[in-house]
Structure formats: C-alpha cells, structure tokens
Design a protein around this ligand. Structure first.
Ligand code: 13P
Length: 249
C-alpha cells in the first residue's frame, strides 16, 4: 500500500510576512490529519524561514528546482547539497514551467534528478503533455520520452527513490482539471512503462497528479487506484484550502 503524499508548490509567490501567516495557518489546520505525507516548496530565499516555521510538525520542506551541477562557478544556481543542508526532503525536477519557460531539456532534467538523489533528496519528476500534444494523440509518447530520459540516466531501480508527478500542461493554473478518468489513464500508463522494466519499482513509486487540484475535486482524483496524491499550485497558497486537500487524501 503506497502512502499518500501531498506537495504544495508555491511557485514565485510569498513574502516574509505572508509565509509566516500561511504556514502558521497550515500548521493549525492539519493537526487532525494522519496517514498522509505533506510537504511545501517555497521559493529558495524562504527555505530557511519556512524550515523554522515547520520545525516539530509533520510538514516537510521541498525546493522547486535545483542545479544539475554539484558546486562551483555556476552563478545564480542552487546545488542539491545546499538544499539538503537547509533541511529539504524533496526537490521538484522538470516542472513544465522550467521546461517551457527556461528551456530545460529532458537531458538536463535527468541530470537534476541524479543530482538530487546524489545529495539524498527525493526528486519529484514532473511530466506532462501540452494541450496540442493531447489533441494530436501523443500524450503517451510524450510522458514516455520524459520518463525514459531519467530511467536511462539513473537506472530504473533508482526511480522508486523519487516521486513522479503527472501534470498535464493544459491543466496547470487554468482551472481546467484532468478528469479522474483522464488522470488515472495516464498514471496507469506511467506505471506500466515502469512495470515493463521493473515490477517492484512500478508498484512502489508514488505517482502524484497536478493541475488545478482544488478542495472540491481532490478526493475524486486521489481515489483513483494509481494516483497517490497531488502536486498543488495555486490552492497551496491558502492554508484552509491546502489543508482540506490534504484531508481528502
Ligand atoms: P495549479 O494547481 O495552480 O494548477 O498548479 C499546478 C502545478 O503546476 C503544481 O506544480
């Protein structure tokens, strides 16, 4: 039985004051929740602040991105070991905004996944098709390519040391959520792609759904057999809404 996992991705939102209010609210809201792992991913500058705010709670810390390099002359980059040093458990890798707006290739994403593992972090590999790719019927080919690039880099056995998040690009921040059937179908395909290479990895790896998850659609999505939780954007910026999503898991 795979544990449920809910991760909040704040994206480029927050401030010292707003983070304190949000996290204090969240800590107060989730006291009744059991059996779900919860993590939040603030922007880099606030990792230390949020680490302090969640100390002693069940909430874990994650980063939204990391460098593909270990350390050295890479101006503006943040290395995996630094994130581990700051108390991060998770690091998102290959979010669609990184791929589309900052040109991250499958190869760079695979290097980042490997860098996160090397530092003892749990990488959360994001995969997903655009609206055009879905209309063209290439969804499965796209997610297979994105996943296989990482499998080829680290080996299939290491995939279960990470998490995979299926985030259809057309559902991110649009209010248009994949239906539970649509999401389940792709999650099942991801698991089958892994099962063809290693059954135990396919059974063990947690697969999250992301893309316009809200308090009112979360339970139905998380009830699908191959959906082990969610990667939550906008709705993770409200303590009450995010807690409600965690509760539905
Ligand atoms: P929204 O929940 O705002 O659609 O964002 C999803 C996402 O990109 C999480 O990483």
């Amino acid at each position: 039985m795979r544990e449920k996992l809910i991760i909040g991705n704040w994206k480029m939102n927050g401030s010292d004051a707003a983070n304190a209010e949000l996290v204090q609210g969240l800590v107060a809201e989730i006291t009744d929740i059991e059996g779900v792992r919860i993590a939040i991913c603030p922007p880099f500058p606030y990792l230390a602040q949020v680490r302090g705010l969640i100390a002693g709670t069940m909430i874990r810390l994650g980063a939204q991105n990391l460098s593909d390099r270990a350390e050295g002359a890479f101006t503006g980059e943040v290395g995996a070991a630094m994130l581990a040093d700051l108390g991060c458990t998770f690091a998102l890798v290959g979010h669609s905004e990184r791929r589309s707006l900052y040109g991250e290739s499958d190869a760079v994403v695979a290097d980042k996944f490997a860098a996160a593992l090397q530092a003892g972090l749990t990488p959360v590999l994001c995969v997903g098709e655009t609206g055009d790719e879905r209309r063209e019927g290439t969804t499965h080919g796209v997610i297979a390519r994105q996943l296989q690039a990482v499998v080829d880099k680290v080996g299939v056995s290491k995939i279960a040391k990470g998490v995979i998040a299926y985030e259809p690009v057309w559902a991110i921040g649009t209010g248009e959520t994949a239906s539970p059937d649509q999401a389940q179908e792709v999650h099942q395909a991801l698991r089958q792609l892994l099962a063809a290479q290693d059954h135990s990895v396919a059974d063990a790896v947690q697969l999250l759904y992301g893309g316009s998850v809200r308090a009112d659609n979360a339970a139905e999505l998380f009830a699908q057999p191959d959906i082990d939780g969610g990667l939550i954007g906008g709705a993770s910026l409200s303590a009450a809404t995010f807690a409600s999503i965690c509760r539905s898991a």
